[in-house]
Design a protein around this ligand. Structure first.
Ligand SMILES: [Zn+2]
Length: 336
């Protein structure tokens, strides 16, 4: 639901549209308190619902089901800019001297470099075949990412065992499953194969053709798909450590569902509990803030409306409340 007190903050062209020469800007709204809660709700982050709700709320013109994975970084970056965040604040531990510090990365500039051209460029193979690829939908990517998470988590759990050698067969099996999952996902991005004047469009036939192709051809295609995927993500940034001045490479990802899963994969049980408790605490803090707004606004803002307020609007209301409290104190009247 778009609240009536919000207006589009910016208009963007999606990378997939630009690649197809279709310049029809779409509007982006700032996110609301409701979005901030959903991106801190573990189940919604795990199953991708957080992404669906955030996009429906901030980019109501998009059909989430048909949204392409190659457009997601641009959309998420634009929502941040709509929220007034022109930089990404990251907290990094230097791998050289272990100094931890926060760094500001210019977001706007990085978004400009995203392009989806490779997704719409045919691959000309040395044997004269032409392979056409297309970007997957974000929904399809999300299903893949969830399956990948489950496999990675299983591998991590086994590698944490003392006698992990006993499980080497299981690890090999999980590794094989992972390779197949990636292969399935990538071949699913092949949209058409042209052989002489014939065309293969059937997905099953494409998969069969791919598995029967020699490894060199397979590599040419998967390399092209990986390159296309990378061009639509934020580039890895190089930061100079504030202490030892050495350079640190830092990969950036705006997909909060991905980041959540990655965090769970790399954390042990205790770290996961602490992390989930922190998310829960953040939600409670935000809810208290919303209740305070409703109370101090004396019915001017309902609880439902408070959930639809953007960060900027909440800050402004807090200022008004603060000013009024100060004013009331000066007059010597009781604050009710
Ligand atoms: Zn350092």
């Amino acid at each position: 639901m778009i609240s009536t007190c919000r207006h589009p903050e910016l208009f963007i062209n999606l990378p997939s549209d630009v690649a197809l020469n279709n310049h029809s800007p779409v509007s982006v709204y700032a996110s609301t308190a409701q979005d901030e809660i959903i991106v801190r709700t573990p189940d919604s982050l795990m199953n991708g619902l957080a992404m669906e709700q955030m996009i429906q709320n901030c980019c109501p013109e998009f059909q989430y089901k048909t949204l392409l994975a190659c457009d997601i970084t641009t959309i998420l970056g634009s929502i941040r800019i709509a929220n007034g965040e022109n930089t990404l604040d990251v907290y990094i531990e230097c791998p050289h001297c272990k100094n931890s510090d926060s760094y500001e990365i210019p977001l706007r500039q990085m978004l400009v470099n995203i392009n989806a051209k490779d997704w719409y460029t045919d691959i000309e193979l040395p044997n004269g075949l032409k392979v056409s690829v297309r970007p997957p939908t974000y929904s399809r990517y999300s299903l893949f990412a969830m399956e990948e998470y489950k496999l990675r988590k299983s591998v991590m759990q086994i590698s944490a065992l003392e006698n992990r050698e006993d499980y080497s067969d299981i690890v090999l099996d999980l590794d094989k499953k992972h390779q197949n999952l990636v292969l399935d996902f990538q071949t699913g991005c092949i949209y058409k194969i042209e052989i002489d004047r014939a065309e293969i469009l059937n997905q099953e036939h494409i998969k069969q053709w791919f598995s029967n192709s020699d490894l060199q051809l397979q590599k040419l295609i998967t390399d092209h798909i990986s390159k296309a995927e990378k061009s639509c993500q934020l580039e890895t940034v190089t930061i100079n450590c504030t202490d030892c001045k050495k350079s640190i490479l830092f990969p950036l990802d705006l997909d909060f569902c991905n980041l959540f899963r990655a965090k769970l994969v790399s954390s042990d049980e205790q770290q996961i509990v602490t992390y989930l408790e922190k998310l829960n605490k953040d939600i409670k803090k935000l809810e208290t803030e919303l209740l305070k707004i409703v109370w101090y606004m004396r019915g001017g803002v309902s609880l439902n409306e408070a959930y639809q307020l953007t960060t900027y609007q909440r800050k402004e209301i807090a200022k008004i409340v603060e000013d009024n409290i100060e004013l009331t104190k000066k007059t010597g009247l009781p604050i009710l």
